[in-house]
Design a protein around this ligand. Structure first.
Ligand code: KG4
Ligand code: ZN
Length: 340
């Protein structure tokens, strides 16, 4: 049984990306993502538009994933899908499709927790990427989540810190909106930050006890800072865009680093992995790499294509669950909120 390769088709549709991937054991054969540009016009994700776009995209995306992998439906060993957390209307498109396909092909159905998948993406077999050893600390930083997780084993994870209000991705996106940048603004702040001085402007860091985070105060501080300066100089944003972005990004990175240092102190674990859309940020990636020699940590930074939402990460969890025969019946329900 173990010698026969396992082919997993994975489907991810928790938010505004429709994604499908095919894995052969722990290797990714194809990883297809259709982004929904429509939300940019509204400055955020509109749930009804997202689920409608998933319905339009899901068949071509799955088709493309199978074709690029050169795998026939009949070769599939199981279908994995995102059970939650996410937008209910979006999750239902992926889960309904996965259920129908597993029934039609007579192969097992596997439900995957999206946040666990952001962490376990590090176990995808990739050249030049080491896999973490248990236990390690994972920082899941995305548009919907900011969590510090103690990962004891594949499916033994403890959340030891999380945001009490906005997620770090929201802090990036809302700051970008204040600067008049389109949604999602995180990648643009990253781009302009690379051209600016991170110490040009200082923003007060929130004081939150323990390993928890708060980002709503920072957003308000940035809003007032911009309003005050624009009142004095209407061209303030245009003239200082790169420095403002660099300073915002620098503050956010310091907030994250302070908590990672605290997590290392509390647990004694010096292996740190990051995951989620914000782990694409070049400043965070660089700071964490530098921390290896500075603090003696081993850091795990995902390959770029596994940072923002994708189905390859759903597939690697699907593979692990396939090995332990952790399957679902077709009455398994999608969950907008879901614990580890
Ligand atoms: O994981 P993800 O694709 O979706 C969620 O599960 O939320 O994360 C999306 C978030 C958005 O807030 C986006 O602005 C942010 O990740 N993001 C970035 C960068 N790339 C994506 N934030 C900062 N710098 C980036 N380079
Ligand atoms: Zn995500």
């Amino acid at each position: 049984m173990q010698n026969r390769p396992v082919f997993i088709l994975a489907i991810e549709s928790s938010c505004d990306d429709t994604a499908a991937a095919v894995l052969k054991n722990d290797k990714v054969l194809s990883n297809v993502v259709a982004n929904q540009a429509i939300h940019g016009e509204y400055g955020g994700v509109i749930p009804e538009l997202a689920s409608r776009a998933h319905q339009q995209n899901i068949v071509p995306v799955i088709d493309a994933a199978l074709k690029r992998a050169n795998v026939q439906k009949e070769d599939l060993s199981a279908i994995a899908f995102t059970q939650g957390p996410g937008l209910m209307g979006s999750l239902l498109v992926g889960s309904s499709f996965a259920k129908s396909l597993s029934l039609a092909l007579g192969v097992p159905l596997i439900a995957v927790n999206h946040m666990q998948a952001h962490i376990l993406a590090h176990f995808i077999d990739e050249e030049n990427f080491d896999k973490p050893e248990f236990p390690f600390i994972a920082l899941t930083i995305s548009g919907g989540h900011t969590q510090v997780v103690k990962v004891n084993d594949y499916f033994d994870m403890e959340i030891i810190g999380e945001t009490t209000d906005d997620a770090v991705g929201e802090a990036f996106d809302k700051s970008a909106k204040i600067l008049g940048l389109p949604y999602p603004g995180g990648p643009l702040i990253d781009k302009y930050a690379q051209l600016g001085n991170p110490k040009a402007f200082a923003f007060t860091k929130p004081k939150v006890p323990g390993l928890d985070f708060s980002f709503s105060g920072l957003k308000t501080a940035i809003l007032y800072f911009i309003k005050k300066n624009v009142a004095e100089n209407p061209n303030f944003i245009e003239e200082n865009r790169d420095d403002i972005c660099a300073s915002i990004q620098h503050t956010i990175i310091e907030i994250l680093m302070d908590k990672i240092k605290m997590a290392v102190e509390q647990t004694g674990i010096k292996q740190i992995a990051i995951g989620g859309g914000v782990s694409a940020n070049s400043g965070i990636r660089k700071t964490l790499k530098e921390a290896e020699s500075k603090y003696g940590w081993k850091t795990y930074i995902p390959k770029f294509e596994y940072t923002t939402d994708n189905a390859a990460m759903i597939g690697i969890v699907g593979y692990q669950k396939f090995l332990s025969e952790n399957f679902e019946k077709s009455d398994v329900v999608s969950k907008a909120r879901i614990a580890f």
